[in-house]
Design a protein around this ligand. Structure first.
Ligand SMILES: Nc1ncnc2c1ncn2[C@@H]1O[C@H](COP(=O)(O)OP(=O)(O)O)[C@@H](O)[C@H]1O
Ligand SMILES: [Mg+2]
Length: 420
């Protein structure tokens, strides 16, 4: 099987590592990838949103499968374009990826499908937004894609007004409405499922850490670390939750004639009233994928190809390594506001199996890697217990240096404490 992975981050590197373990894969490419990924597979200089060039590449290289990592090309119709050219592509078509591309649409789908979620209103003006707020904290979300920067939890009226003005007057993310949402309390959970248009096959439970500082302080980031599985959410509980948050969505898209293929990622809040969906993503999560896939023993290439066919996952169950995985993100100085670029990275050669290093914001400067983005590297370790996996991951983190390196020190601490 000749496979291309589209994207350039830690998630794509983790997908590539898992595909390299497949006995089915004979050729593996990445576009555009990054210099860290290029150490594993051939990277081609085609950016993820150049649909025409990607279709041309897939056709000329006679690829058997294209795996689309990021959300923007999915929402932009890359899977539609590849499918039209007769190429199997893992990911939803644009009409189904809209579930991630529009938070208002996602709420409508959740309502239609009977999925539990917090109360909400969709508004188009600051006044309507202020009127829709029922109490504080208030949750204010830009409707469209905003690279993780479109959600504000406003603790008072002034903050709410400022957020609404940013989104609806200053148009920080361009044209678009706003969803004002009920604030939900509880622990967050990421539950991903592979979907084949008819059925959702859930993956192991995971948690990510969005804030920059320990103890969930400071601004939101793309994610500072993750772990898998969540001790309180075993396979049985995963199956129960998936029946509530994944299968109804797959059934809904099937019923409206745009079957959902690809990863359906449910961001859940485990509230006192039961699980509620905060949002759906329509692709692998970053950095959850870096912790989830190293535990997957089933053949990923086979699964992803099967998911592109209607009902292709029927009868399949996923096989998991019983150990736990912890991923720590190494971020650059100044992240998330203004990541500093160009800091030389040292110690990478010290990261060896069983540690897994996946590369995100890195660039090549005269043959050496330097920082080139906010989230630079991910270090993942497997361990018999969360404590062992944490200790191993953090030992790896100490080996890699660059000026201003930022990491959280409490990734998976919750899991360690839960299993003590
Ligand atoms: N209704 C809500 N109640 C409480 N916290 C929320 C709510 N919606 C979102 N959040 C917080 O904001 C984060 C980002 O929101 P999310 O809807 O996942 O948007 P995105 O990932 O696109 O930025 C969530 O992970 C959660 O921590
Ligand atoms: Mg989210």
């Amino acid at each position: 099987m000749k496979v291309l992975v589209v994207g350039s981050g830690g998630r794509e590197h983790a997908i590539i590592r898992a595909l390299l373990r497949s006995s089915q894969v004979t050729e593996l490419l990445c576009s555009p990838g990054n210099p860290g990924i290029a150490a594993d597979v051939e990277c081609l200089p085609v950016v993820a949103d150049d649909l025409g060039a990607l279709v041309e590449l897939a056709t000329s290289r006679k690829l058997d499968l294209v795996v689309v990592g990021p959300e923007a090309p999915l929402v932009g119709g890359l899977v539609d374009a590849l499918s039209a050219a007769g190429i199997a592509a893992f990911g939803p078509v644009a009409a189904a990826a809209r579930l991630e591309g529009s938070k208002a649409y996602a709420k409508e789908v959740m309502e239609a499908a009977g999925v539990p979620t917090g109360g909400w209103s969709t508004v188009e003006s600051v006044d309507a937004g202020m009127a829709a707020i029922v109490g504080y904290p208030a949750v204010i979300k830009f409707d469209g894609l905003a690279a993780g920067k479109g959600v504000v939890i406003a603790t008072d009226e002034a903050a709410a007004r400022e957020a609404l003005e940013q989104f609806l007057v200053e148009r920080r993310f361009g044209e678009g409405q706003v969803v004002v949402e009920e604030f939900l309390e509880g622990e967050e959970l990421s539950l991903l499922a592979l979907c084949d248009g008819e059925r959702a096959v859930p993956m192991a439970s995971a948690q990510d850490y969005k804030r920059i500082f320990d103890g969930d302080e400071g601004p939101n980031t793309g994610g500072m670390g993750s772990y898998c599985p969540v001790p309180s959410v075993d396979a049985e509980r995963v199956a129960e939750l998936s029946a509530i948050v994944h299968q109804p969505i797959v059934d809904h898209f099937s019923a409206i004639g745009t079957p959902f293929h690809g990863v359906l990622y449910a961001g859940l809040m485990m509230t006192a009233d039961g699980p509620k969906v905060l949002e759906y993503n329509t692709r692998f999560g970053d950095p959850e994928t870096q912790a989830v896939l190293p535990r997957l023993r089933s053949d990923l290439a086979e699964l992803l190809l099967a998911a592109t066919n209607a009902g292709g996952l029927a009868g399949r169950e996923l096989d998991w390594d019983p150990r736990c995985a912890v991923t720590v993100v190494l971020a650059s100085a100044g992240y998330p506001d203004s990541p500093r670029l160009g800091d030389p990275i040292s110690g990478l050669e010290l990261i060896a199996a069983p540690l897994e290093l996946t590369c995100a914001g890195v660039a090549d400067a005269d043959g050496a890697l330097v920082t080139a983005g906010g989230r630079v590297l991910n270090i993942t370790a497997l361990g018999e217990t969360p404590a062992a996996a944490r200790a191993a991951a953090y030992a790896g983190v100490e080996l890699v240096e660059f000026d201003g390196k930022q990491t959280r020190s409490d990734i998976a601490l919750r899991a360690e404490e839960a299993t003590e």
